[in-house]
Each structure stands twice: as C-alpha cells, then as structure tokens.
Ligand binder design. Structure first.
Ligand code: FAD
Length: 466
C-alpha cells in the first residue's frame, strides 16, 4: 500500500515546513522503537497544535488509514511499530509545559514534554511529580500516560495512573473529548481518564494532559542490604512492611545479577559464592522530613535486623543525593552488565502479589536450570514487579528455542501465582500473542467493544494491547 497524490497533498498541506516526512531515509528511525521490531510507515507527521491532530483524525477515519501515535519510542514492546502500513504521528513538537499551579497542585502539559524536564521544572517551585520510570530523562508524559508507566517510587506513590487528573483526547473522526479536570476529586460520570491511561495509543491521541502534584519531600535516604540467600532477602521484604515502614522505593537484585554486575564493576559487597558472600541485595529509599530521617532510617535497619530469619550480612547507607547516588548507580548498571552473560535477551516485567515473590523467584530459578538458560531477576520487588531477562545467543537456533520455552514456562508460573504478564511495560506487539492466557474471552470482548466506540474503523495503533 502507498499514499496516492491526493492523500500526500492533504498531509503536506496540513503539516507544512518539513513536518510531513515521506522519504524512506527520513522515516527510517520511525520504523522501530526500543523493542527493535520494525515496520515501515507510509508517512510521518509532526503536529504542533491540537487542530492539526483534529483534521488528521477526521481525514484518516474517513480514509480508514491506520495511525500510530509516537513520542520518544522508548517502550520495549513494539508499541510504536507500524504493524501494517499507516501514518506515524510524532508528538515531539508538542512539548510545552502549559501551566503549573502551586495553588491547585496541578500541571498541564502537552504530551511530548519529557518527564524529567517536568520534574525539574516543578521541583524548582517546591513541587513534586513522583512517577519516575528509569527512562524519565528520555521518555515523555504522553508515552508514560499511554503505557501507565511505573518506576522506582511506585511503592509509596503509585504508578502514573495515580497522578493523571485529566486529558484532552482527539478521537478518530475529529471529535475532541475533555476527560477529568483540575479537581483532585471527581466522581461525575464514567472515568474516561482512567480508560485513556494505559490504552497504548489504541483509542485516540491525547493533545494535553493534566497531572496532580504534591509538595516536594524535604529529605531522602537510601540503604543497600546484602543477604546470604534469596530466601532471606524476601523474608526481609515482608518484615519491613509488617514493621510499618513504607519505603519510597524497594529494589531487588538476584544472585545471577550480582554475578554479572561483578563482571562489569568492582561491587561494594563481599562477592562470590562461598560463606560470608552476599547472594541477594535489597536497595531501599525512604523520604520525608529532614528531622525524622535518622529515626526513619533506624526503624528500617531494626526491621531488617532479625537474626532468626537471617539479618543482612552487609549494609551501606547514604543520606542525601550525593551519598545515595553511588548506591543507585549500581542498580542502573544492571542493563549493560547483562550483556556480559549473553548477546541477546528476552525481557519481561511480570508482577505477582507481593506475598508470592519468593515462590515466583525460586520458580524462575528452577525454570532456568530446567531449560539450561541463564535467567536474571531483579526489579521493583516493593510492587511485586520482577524484571526477568532470559539471556541467550539468538544466532544459535537451539538455544533461542530453549529461551522461548523458558519464557512460556515463566508466564505459566506467574499466572498460576495470580500474577500479571506485565506490570509496567505494556502489551504492544511482543506480548499481544499471550494476552489470552491472562484475560478471559468475555473481558477481551468488552475491551474490543469499548475500542469500537472510540475508534469504529480500527485505525488507532492496530495490533496492539488486547
Ligand atoms: C532504559 C529504559 C528504561 C525504562 N524504564 C522503565 C521503567 O522504569 N518503568 C516503565 O514503566 N517503563 C520503562 N521503560 C519503558 C518506556 O520508557 C515507557 O514505556 C515509557 O512510558 C514510554 O514513553 P515514550 O515517551 O518513549 O513513549 P513511546 O514509546 O513513544 O510510546 C508509548 C505508547 O504511548 C502512545 N502514545 C504516545 N503519545 C501519545 C499520545 N499523545 N496520545 C496517545 N497515545 C500516545 C504510543 O502510541 C505508544 O503506544 C524503559 C525504557 C527504557 C529504554
């Protein structure tokens, strides 16, 4: 399929001055996203104002041409990849912070604002936008809302969903709906805002987004704790919550992750496999008032230090960002370190109820042994969210097929524990073939009916989500 002369004329008139790309070499980068899947678009357009999106969606609906909203393309599941020929809508030129109100504790932004830029902007005013996907410096509010992005601070502050008060959405056909508003509470009508959050670009294009803010916490502290076994680390997670401590962030690194980190950098804990060596690490962050921080840290240390269940054998702490950063830098090195194990990985971000973390993690280790592939586990255990990296060499067909089988076994395990196939990355193209394992036929049918109300011709990001 290609666009005819009339269609190209329409697009070039609506998106003048280089905002309509049609040359293959200009569109190359828009074929793919962080999933590394790819599909060629027919054209790429870069709207600067909402009325351009309205005209585009009115026209594309009538012409039945697929549309693919795209922000910074950092999603890892193929959400921006044109699954069939269509037009990519890049939101990068809609990147204005429209309003920040210290009275209403509200920010109104265009979808292409980079999350880290908004965070810096509001923090300079003593305000705080908590959602912090690790990609905060390179991903956008629009992408975060459309994927309901999570992040480290989700343990205490929840995921993106909790911070979206409303949005304006352009629907196929050109209607614009206003969902939610500036009020922090609002129960009038169905919650269309929540429907948009996590909808993966399948319902409409958000042209502006209204976010809730809070006062910036005065102080933070971090504590890294090393345990002799995975089991002891998981018991400690339960103890901390039962002691009444609600960490801002709580990250975990399993034994295989510690081994590959040690290949990349000198790690601070006693490393190895013998007695006295650390085999699992928890990393906590807490926040609150400066005056309360020493007592809060002490309470966390007390909760960890239970000798009957296995106290940490190594601890390091930092108060304030200069002291905390080296601890978090180790966490950030996991991704580059994984490639010391094998050149390719199948990544998943499965999630289980917090009480099922131990059977999930030990079950995944059993699967690794059974399928003879290294599986690295780490992630946001405070939310029950485990990043699973199945390492392999994709050039070896037999090894690749063992890795794929291991992925299926991990999915079955997680679902048997009442978990979910994705906690934050979404479904996109990569998980679409597996969604029926988690969602029933009736639930999926209702989702398709809802989509048909928003998008009767099925032009919005086809092939993704459900
Ligand atoms: C290094 C790295 C670390 C990461 N860490 C995390 C993490 O900690 N937590 C996490 O949740 N994710 C993480 N991710 C995944 C990714 O960053 C998130 O999914 C992010 O929300 C995507 O934002 P984006 O701006 O890149 O959106 P894109 O990838 O461009 O788009 C994502 C989805 O949003 C839709 N979309 C974008 N704008 C609009 C709009 N205006 N209207 C309607 N739909 C729209 C697109 O159609 C697509 O479906 C990470 C990725 C990388 C590469």
């Amino acid at each position: 399929m290609s666009l005819n002369a009339n269609q190209l004329h329409f697009l070039r008139t609506l998106f003048p001055d280089g905002d309509c790309l049609t040359a293959p070499e200009e569109m190359l980068v828009f074929e793919t996203d962080a999933s590394r899947l790819n599909g060629a678009p027919l054209a790429v357009v870069r709207p600067q104002i909402e009325s351009q999106i309205v005209e585009l969606l009115r026209w594309a609906h009538a012409e039945c041409i697929p549309l693919y909203p795209r922000a910074r393309a950092t999603n890892v599941v193929g959400l921006c990849v044109p699954e069939r020929p269509g037009i990519v809508i890049s939101t990068l030129k809609m990147n204005r912070i429209i309003d920040v109100s210290a009275d209403d504790f509200v920010a109104v932004v265009e979808p292409g604002v980079v999350t880290g830029d908004l965070q810096k902007h509001v923090e300079a005013m003593g305000l705080f936008y908590p959602p912090d996907p690790a990609s905060f410096g390179i991903s956008t509010i629009g992408g975060n809302v459309a994927t309901c992005a999570g992040g480290m601070r989700a343990v205490k502050y929840g995921v993106t969903r909790e911070w979206v008060l409303g949005c304006r959405v352009v629907l196929p056909g050109g209607r614009v709906i206003e969902c939610g508003g500036r009020n922090h509470k609002n129960v009038v009508g169905l919650d269309l805002t929540r429907l948009m959050v996590g909808s993966e670009g399948t319902l409409g294009v958000m042209s502006s987004i209204m976010l809730k803010l809070m006062p910036k916490p005065e102080a933070t502290a971090s504590l890294m704790a090393g345990f002799a076994t995975l089991e002891e680390a998981m018991l400690a997670v339960g103890r901390v919550f039962r002691a009444g401590v609600l960490p801002t962030a709580l990250e975990f690194m399993g034994p295989e992750v510690l081994d590959c980190l040690a290949l990349l950098v000198p790690v601070p804990w006693p490393h190895g496999t013998g007695a006295g060596c650390v085999r699992a690490v928890l990393l906590f962050r807490i926040d609150g008032s400066g005056a309360a921080m020493p007592a809060d840290l002490e309470r966390l240390r007390r909760a960890l230090n239970d000798t009957t269940q296995g106290a940490p054998m190594w601890l390091e702490q930092g108060v304030g960002s200069a002291e905390e950063e080296p601890l978090w830098e180790i966490r950030r090195l996991i991704n580059p370190a994984t490639y010391y194990v094998a050149p390719n990985k199948i990544s998943d971000d499965v999630t289980v109820p917090r009480g099922s973390l131990l059977p999930a993690l030990t079950g995944i280790r059993d699967i690794a042994a059974r399928h003879e592939v290294p599986i690295l586990t780490f992630g946001h255990v405070g939310d029950g969210n485990i990043h699973v990296n199945i390492m392999h060499n994709a050039a070896d067909a037999e090894e690749r097929s063992r890795a794929v089988e291991a992925k299926l076994a991990v999915m079955e395990l997680i679902l048997s524990l009442g978990g979910t196939l994705s906690g934050e990355h979404g479904v996109g193209l990569t998980k679409a073939p597996y969604v029926h394992r988690q969602l029933g036929e009736d639930e999926r049918a209702v989702m398709h009916d809802i989509k048909a109300v928003f998008d009767p011709n099925g032009i919005m990001n086809p092939g993704k989500a459900f």
